[in-house]
Ligand binder design. Structure first.
Ligand SMILES: Nc1ncnc2c1ncn2[C@@H]1O[C@H](COP(=O)(O)OP(=O)(O)O)[C@@H](O)[C@H]1O
Ligand SMILES: [Mg+2]
Length: 365
């Protein structure tokens, strides 16, 4: 069902000497049937947001609506929300099967076929063999999948998954991402996934909400975040390896990228977008995939060259700063050799040097 957060804030220890402002006036809408991800580094407020939606934390201000019904004042059990907790929260005296099926006992439509459903979801998550064991003594990855199964089995209006696969081996995680996503889609569930792993967010989510320090930085599809990052934070956080950034200045002839001492390091002769005053301080951004080696527009010294099996990661020192390029084939040049490179002005991103806000994507007018 559709979910709406309006101006939701969370302050822990409000009124105390050291309040923690974990979430700041967050607006978020999730469409019915959509899978979205809250993505951000540890401590940015992802879990707090999820727990407010589920009802395990109160909102300090703002409102939450699910399927058009206001839920932020309701007890968790009244919200029709299923959640997989970051810390698993399994009941130690119960077996894994009992844990997974726990919420079905009170559900008349699901209770009759509960054991078949438990078996089915356990197989989906590769924990069939441990159904008769108790949580103690199981690995973190097994407990985590039990917790995920307990949420997925429920026919809730909203599924909240807090770092649901963080403890799994990379191969298993890759397989389960696909299975979990397919299951959510088949059943038409609406889901909010919390993760600090952008690979996971990309693989599973229709839209991604990037958070930093309690503030929603941008909410969009993976392609929007990649091609039109709203600010420098998103530009350098989202994408691997991160976007190259060069402090610069708008000139009559285009842009000058400046080195660490403030001297002109690269002249970029393109007409700047209208409305940008000459002398304005900006940051130029260029994705590593868009820095093309072997052109002769600019020259730099190759300081690192790694072949990753399917692409080369090359570091060039060109501006008193380091630029990273991704190249599809092996680069023969040796470290310390001079190498030519170039890029298309259309691939440049332009940010305000002070606020970090995006000014243009494709830096030509
Ligand atoms: N119960 C709590 N009491 C006080 N501070 C908390 C509590 N829970 C979380 N925090 C703080 O709120 C901020 C956001 O935490 P959290 O939502 O868990 O972030 P994330 O899930 O993104 O890692 C952090 O600074 C964290 O220390
Ligand atoms: Mg968390």
């Amino acid at each position: 069902m559709s979910l709406n957060l309006e101006s939701v804030s969370k302050i822990y220890g409000e009124g105390s000497r050291h309040p923690v402002h974990a979430v700041r006036t967050m607006d978020l809408e999730v469409k019915d049937g959509e899978i979205i991800a809250l993505l951000g580094s540890s401590g940015c407020g992802k879990t707090s947001t999820l727990r407010m939606i589920a009802g395990f934390e109160t909102v300090s201000s703002g409102t939450i609506n699910l399927a058009g019904r206001r839920i932020d004042h309701l007890a968790p059990a009244q919200r029709r929300v299923a959640m997989a907790f970051e810390g698993y929260a399994l009941y130690p005296p119960l077996t894994i099967a009992e844990n997974i099926g726990f919420a079905l006992r009170g559900d008349r439509t699901q209770a009759a076929t509960a054991s078949a459903q438990v078996k089915e979801v356990a197989e989906l998550l590769e924990i069939g063999p441990i159904l008769n064991r108790r949580p103690n003594g199981l690995s973190g990855g097994q407990q985590q999948r039990a917790s995920l199964a307990r949420a997925l089995i429920r026919n809730a209006e909203l599924h909240l998954l807090d770092e649901p696969m963080g403890q799994l081996e990379p191969q298993l995680r890759a397989v389960l991402r696909g299975r979990v996503k397919a299951r959510i889609q088949e059943r038409g569930y609406t889901a909010v996934l919390v993760t600090h792993d952008q690979g996971e967010a990309n693989a599973m989510a229709d839209r991604i909400a990037v958070m930093e320090a309690g503030v929603l930085q941008q909410y969009g599809t993976p392609a929007e975040l990649r091609d039109r990052p709203a600010n420098l934070f998103v530009a350098t956080f989202f994408g691997e390896p991160p976007m190259n950034t060069l402090p610069g200045i708008v000139t009559e002839a285009g842009y000058d990228a400046l080195d660490a001492a403030g001297a002109v390091a690269l002249r970029i002769p393109v007409a700047a977008p209208r409305g940008l005053a000459h002398g304005r301080r900006v940051v130029l951004g260029l994705r590593p995939h868009r820095l093309h080696l072997g052109r002769d527009d600019y020259r730099g010294v190759m300081v690192s060259n790694q072949w990753l099996g399917d692409q080369a990661h090359v570091a060039i020192e060109a501006t008193g700063r380091m630029l990273i390029a991704i190249h599809p084939t092996r680069i023969a040049a040796r470290l310390g050799e001079t190498i030519g490179f170039g890029f298309d002005p259309d691939d440049l991103h332009l940010f305000d040097a002070e606020s970090g806000a995006a000014l243009a994507h494709g830096a030509a007018s």
